[in-house]
Ligand binder design. Structure first.
Ligand code: FES
Length: 147
């Protein structure tokens, strides 16, 4: 399982620019983005999200470990009122932001699926892999590492 925050690395070709760093405040709103999940030859449209917690950006597939539904009760609202845990709006499962591990509610023992993200020079990037792909690479902004 990828580390949900594996900085400090530099963006490389194929990384997807998700948002400006300033959009993510600690324990505040997150940013959703389109993802395709792949299982064997099948792909399925989904969403991922990034949030900031204790200064670090974390990324996950936007899918509860209890029932495969999106977590946010309003777009981008992933934290509970305390700003300490990610919460599923459907049945109230709570997750540690830094690990994605479920620590309360009906998902106990489960965890969110981590996406690889990094933050560099005021931007947050998602690094696709074999399991999580951009929906249409032709339409997204990529960042090539400067040599
Ligand atoms: S669907 Fe998330 S807690 Fe049930």
């Amino acid at each position: 399982m990828p580390d949900p925050s594996f900085g400090p690395l530099l963006p490389r070709e194929g990384d997807v620019a998700v948002c400006a760093s300033e959009r993510l405040t600690d324990g505040g709103s997150g940013v959703r983005f389109a993802v395709q999940t792949r299982s064997g030859r099948a792909t399925r449209p989904s969403t991922g999200f990034v949030v900031r917690f204790l200064g670090t950006v974390y990324g996950y597939l936007n899918q509860c470990a209890h029932v495969p539904t999106e977590l946010d009760w309003q777009e981008g609202q992933f934290f509970d009122h305390s700003g300490l845990y990610l919460m599923c709006a459907t049945h109230g499962a709570v997750y540690e932001p830094e690990s994605g591990r479920c620590v309360g509610g009906p998902c106990r023992g489960g965890r969110l699926l981590a996406l690889q993200v990094l933050e560099c020079q005021g931007m947050v990037y998602w690094r696709p892999d074999d399991a999580f792909l951009p929906p249409d690479r032709a339409l997204i902004q990529t960042h090539a590492r400067k040599q």
